[in-house]
Ligand binder design. Sequence first.
Ligand SMILES: Nc1ncnc2c1ncn2[C@@H]1O[C@H](COP(=O)(O)OP(=O)(O)OP(=O)(O)O)[C@@H](O)[C@H]1O
Length: 281
Amino acid sequence: MTTTLTVPTTTTGADPSATGSAADRPAGSGTIEIRGLGKSYDGERYAMRGVDLTVEPGELIAIVGASGCGKSTVLRMVAGFEDITEGSIHVDSVSVTAPSPEHAVVFQDYGLFPWLSVAENVAYGLKQRRLPRAEIRRRTAEYLDLVGLGRMAASYPHQLSGGMQQRVAIARVLANRPRVLLMDEPFGALDALTREQLQGELIQIRQRVGTTILFVTHSIQEAVFLADRVVVMAGGLSHGGSGHIEDIVRVPFGQERDVTGAEFNQLEREISSLVHGKAAA
Ligand SMILES: Nc1ncnc2c1ncn2[C@@H]1O[C@H](COP(=O)(O)OP(=O)(O)OP(=O)(O)O)[C@@H](O)[C@H]1O
């Protein structure tokens, strides 16, 4: 990947001209506080344990780590899909106990309803929430425009490429104006070029809406390219212990991130060493 894109270093300020963005919310919205979080699936062994993390409003945090260390478990617990065995999660001081459009997830497999048009997919959650029709129409158009699919509103998912389907999935979640956006390997099913393109688009979307994002990825390069901080998880049941946070690495780069740059590659290597438990190169 040779892309050089503009990335905000501190992103608490959403584009104030963006209508319906997180900028509409009071200052300080979009905080995730995770304290002493642990999960046991069998009531005996902990898949992950002792996870402490505060995500600031507007921040993009990437979670990386070897398979089985508990990345998705953490994300699913923040989403409210999994019971918390020990510890707590709060989003804007509200305890997470169940799924909610306030902390919605974009998954790798898009999850669109094939029998609904693109616009109907985006409108679906808004209808469930019984928003007024005019508001549903307005938001659907606004968020489809945000992801560059305003002209595809009447199409059906099978008529779209994988990248376009994932953009619809992002629009559908953002139309609910969530406090936090959770993404579990969202670009993992895409070819390399489309993945690169969607990474760039996520940066632009983020600049528009300013939503806090928690992003799980297997790609260290993707993490360093997108994130303000990279959470490195390690361990896990297959290593005879519990998954845990090994380190949290701040990405010190400014607005331009060149994935071919020496400093970028050095940080990738350092994070890779943390993931694989080796001394930094
Ligand atoms: N529903 C479940 N029931 C029992 N064990 C589970 C369940 N979900 C996950 N686990 C176990 O919890 C541990 C952490 O799984 P998790 O999917 O969170 O890891 P991960 O870091 O996201 O892995 P990967 O990178 O492979 O997606 C693994 O040992 C896994 O087998």
